[in-house]
Design a protein around this ligand. Structure first.
Ligand code: NAD
Length: 483
């Protein structure tokens, strides 16, 4: 098995298939966003790797799906215990590989990884099949494990996001082939090691590393796969959706966002401005971020003054340093992509209110605010996935809602107001899968999670994800036929 020491942690860099570490003749580099130094050369899977991984998942499915729910939940809780015991190592490796703030990674994201497994273990144990009498029949809805599932994840917050998608698939009784993103592949190997210690049977959790268009495409095209759970960009979702359609496989897609951040005149302006500046958190590489600041015209100037005060206080630096607020972007290509949006906005006549340049000598990008010339400006209509916000104002509630609903996305929105009635009214009118009022990100994991429009297909979270990963069967017994 090939390993590489990263931040003092020995990390496996091969595929994990059928309980064994498997190499590939070709490898790809993963580099750290902190100094762009080479961290590891990771196995680069191909069509044969994908076929082997699906084969291992098919073989393991019988044992994993037949395990009693209590036993399976026990294995998932043991995995959660192990994640908690290894929090520091996982967070160190992920910070170096992906660049997110270490403290936030440790306290928020790795802890959430453990909670993801606990939540789905408990949901399975607590689940009762729905039963009812109708038309002289006893009816029962049963959840049957669906079969091998492919889980494809993006490079941002890889550990938390992966566990969020893996936990329901595994809890439902499906064996899984996980394809992590090539820009942040390392913590998937650490998770694989922990699954062995937790008592997963070989082949229940498989990791295939490599490039999306190579091994990812081969995985989703395999007809033995019975579920595809994807998080990433709309463009990739379109390609994967075609493979899912060919094999008639249920497919969920959690895609990008262009969240509206609505500030009404009756809001706590300082709290709203503070939270608005924190949309730069993780350098804006957050699908849920409220990147379109939509502010009531009469408080626009005061809001902007306060916003600048909070944004000025943000410290850009090394994500391992606890005094750092804003981490670097993940990759030079991504930095160039972000800058491309800003350059085109400048050329098109949008006003760069703050920032607008890459930081020399690092992968940081200046926290940027743009006042667009029009609501049709590219920076308003397309996801940038960097520290770039737009500022627009509205005259009344109707215009606020119209602006909020004016992009093809519909993942999240935030509403800042002191009026409960307005919160309910505007909350109902905004087209988004998740709407927060006077807060952000905090949510119950049993709630549905997903987007409208090009932000996604289907819902994750709670029973929604367990239903997706199951074949729902209705059993109907004629009342007279029982003795
Ligand atoms: P991406 O679509 O480029 O890649 C995502 C994953 O798909 C990677 O693992 C990649 O290797 C794989 N992939 C690429 N081509 C493939 C193919 N043809 N077949 C199979 N797999 C393939 O996305 P990204 O750049 O890694 O992630 C950023 C995007 O993810 C942003 O749009 C962001 O908003 C979105 N995202 C959404 C959520 C959400 O929950 N809604 C969460 C995080 C990120």
């Amino acid at each position: 098995m090939t390993r590489q020491v990263v931040e003092g942690v020995s990390v496996p860099t091969d595929h994990f298939i059928g309980g064994r570490w498997v190499s590939s003749p070709r490898r790809f580099e993963t580099r750290s966003p902190i100094g762009w130094e080479l961290l590891a050369e990771v196995a680069r899977g191909d069509a044969d790797t994908a076929a082997a991984a699906v084969g291992a998942a098919v073989e393991s499915f019988a044992a994993w799906s037949a395990m009693s729910i209590g036993d399976r939940a026990g294995v998932l809780h043991r995995l959660a215990d192990l994640i908690e015991a290894h929090t520091d190592e996982i967070a160190r490796v992920e910070t170096r590989d992906m660049g997110f703030l270490f403290e936030s990674m440790k306290q928020r994201l790795v802890a959430r990884g453990a909670l993801n497994f606990r939540t789905y273990a408990d949901l399975m144990v607590g689940h009762r099949n729905r039963t009812w009498d109708a038309k002289n029949m006893w009816n029962q809805v049963q959840r049957q494990p669906a079969g091998p599932a492919v889980v494809i994840t993006p490079w941002n917050a890889p550990f938390m996001l992966s566990t969020w998608k893996l936990a329901p698939a595994l809890a439902a009784g499906n064996s899984v082939i996980h394809k992590p993103a090539e820009w942040s592949p390392l913590t998937a190997g650490l998770l694989a090691e922990l699954t062995v210690e937790a008592g997963f049977p070989p082949g229940a959790y498989n990791v295939v590393q490599g490039v999306g268009s190579e091994v990812g495409a081969a995985l989703v095209a395999d007809p033995r796969v019975r579920r595809i759970s994807f998080t990433g960009s709309p463009d990739t979702a379109r390609t994967i959706g075609q493979a899912a359609a060919t094999n008639i496989v249920p497919f969920t897609a959690e895609l990008g966002g262009k969240g509206a951040f609505l500030v009404f005149a009756d809001a706590d302006l300082d709290a709203a401005a503070h939270r608005a500046a924190w949309q730069y958190d993780d350098s804006g590489q957050v699908c849920l971020a409220g990147t379109r600041l939509l502010v009531a015209a009469e408080v626009r100037d005061e809001f902007l003054t306060r916003f600048h005060q909070h944004a000025d206080a943000l410290v850009l630096g090394d994500p391992r340093d606890p005094t750092t607020d804003i981490a670097p972007l993940v990759h030079p290509d991504h930095r160039d992509r972000v800058h491309g949006f800003v350059e085109r906005a400048r050329a098109a006549g949008d006003v760069i209110v703050r920032g607008g340049r890459p930081v020399t000598g690092s992968l940081h990008y200046e926290p940027t605010l743009i006042e667009p010339a029009s609501n049709l400006s590219e920076v308003v209509q397309r996801e940038i996935f960097g520290p770039v916000l737009t500022l627009q104002s509205f005259a009344d509630e109707a215009e606020a809602i119209a602006l909020a609903n004016s992009t093809p996305y519909g993942l999240s929105a935030q509403i800042w107001t002191s009026s409960r009635l307005r919160a309910e009214r505007v909350g109902a009118a905004v087209r988004a899968g998740l709407v927060w009022v006077n807060t952000f990100l905090v949510r119950d994991l049993t709630a549905p999670f997903g987007g409208c429009g090009i932000s996604g297909i289907g819902r994750e979270g709670g029973d929604y994800a367990l239903d997706f990963h199951s074949d729902l069967k209705t059993l109907m017994i004629l009342d007279d036929s029982t003795e």
